[in-house]
Design a protein around this ligand. Structure first.
Ligand SMILES: [Fe+2]
Length: 347
């Protein structure tokens, strides 16, 4: 069954699908069988078989996934009701994660995400793991990253500085003890009338590559790329920005005003939701921005913990950045190839 989650503004950027109890029990058994057959989600035989495993899912869920993939639905789908529970403590760092602790969650996440497109990762994020941890790490409380806590995480699309960023991503909640809210805003819901879209479609903005990617690439300097923040169709544009890391080119007051106006229109259509254990949230990274409210970390094994997987509609596009056609991990950005788009906040 499906319904729309409506926020106080009567917007409906998230659709909710609840798995029936009988389907949940059957799916759990299927996940156990996948775990026995493939042992881990990194098995290329499993990853290549995912589209053929659609029959394991309830047919109406498959229909919802197809509509999300083809952008015929709301920009996010929340799948609830899977009887998945984690018993292992939340790791203190993604390096401490143990595959056996999240096996069924990871098979569920990848089985569903893989119906939208091809699962991939970046070698510069968590050593290229196809499913990444989102958990608070001591020392990163105020970083604008999924590993932060107290500082919150402002509106962004995932990896806006990278042309090979995901089309969709999935988040599965292991635990969320304080019901910390995820924020979403879809451009489909926003009133764009009178917005200076002309300037927003022009490469008059500097987007900083985030510190997690830079660290993964072994780069210590700040790197910014010059980009438009809207792209695609003029009537139904896509978003490409991270509000913390995106500025107008210095001195470009028209671009600055357009960016601020876009932000206020996206804030006006924000929806919030608190993921519960076992919830799986699928988000269109083209049509929406997302973020997370601040929360107080515990570092006692009971912290908020999500797992994250990315999907592309065109894996072939990134072939030159991968070690082989079978390798789903996209290598570092070529700074040389970006010459002309690299900018500096000081100039
Ligand atoms: Fe994100």
């Amino acid at each position: 069954m499906a319904k729309r989650l409506d926020d106080s503004n009567d917007r409906s950027s998230v659709q909710e699908y609840v798995i029936a109890a009988t389907d949940g029990a059957r799916l759990l058994e299927s996940l156990r069988q996948l775990g026995s057959k493939y042992a881990e989600i990194n098995d290329p035989v499993y990853l290549n078989a995912i589209p053929r495993l659609a029959d394991l899912l309830p047919p109406d869920l498959t229909d919802h996934l197809a509509r999300l993939r083809d952008r015929r639905s709301t920009a996010a789908l929340l799948i609830r009701g899977m009887p998945l529970q984690v018993t292992a403590p939340t790791p203190t760092h993604w390096r401490e994660w143990r595959p056996e602790d999240t096996l069924l969650h990871d098979f569920w996440l990848t089985l569903v995400c893989g119906q939208l497109g091809e699962i991939f990762s970046f070698t510069s994020l968590q050593e290229g793991s196809l499913v990444e941890d989102i958990l608070p790490i001591e020392g990163l409380e105020d970083a604008q990253l999924g590993l932060s806590s107290l500082g919150g995480f402002d509106f962004h699309v995932d990896d806006p500085f990278d042309e090979d960023r995901c089309d969709f991503f999935g988040l599965i909640a292991m635990r969320n003890p304080d019901r910390t809210e995820t924020m979403l805003a879809a451009i489909d819901d926003a009133d764009l009338s009178g917005l200076d879209t002309e300037v927003l479609f022009e490469p008059r903005f500097l987007i900083q590559v985030d510190s997690e990617h830079l660290e993964g690439m072994g780069i210590t300097d700040e790197v910014t790329v010059r980009r438009p923040v809207l792209n695609g169709s003029r009537s139904a544009p896509g978003l490409c920005l991270d509000w913390t890391y995106t500025d107008a080119v210095p001195g470009d007051t028209r671009a600055q005003a357009g960016l601020a106006d876009l932000r206020s229109r996206m804030e006006a259509v924000m929806t919030t939701l608190a993921l519960e254990p076992g919830d799986l949230l699928l988000v269109d990274n083209y049509r929406s921005v997302h973020g997370r409210r601040p929360f107080r970390p515990r570092y006692d094994g009971a912290d908020r913990w999500l797992r994250h997987a990315m999907v592309t509609l065109d894996l072939g596009r990134s072939l030159a950045r991968r070690s082989s056609a079978e390798d789903r991990r996209i290598g570092p950005l070529s700074l040389a190839a970006m010459q002309g788009s690299i900018g500096s906040r000081d100039t």
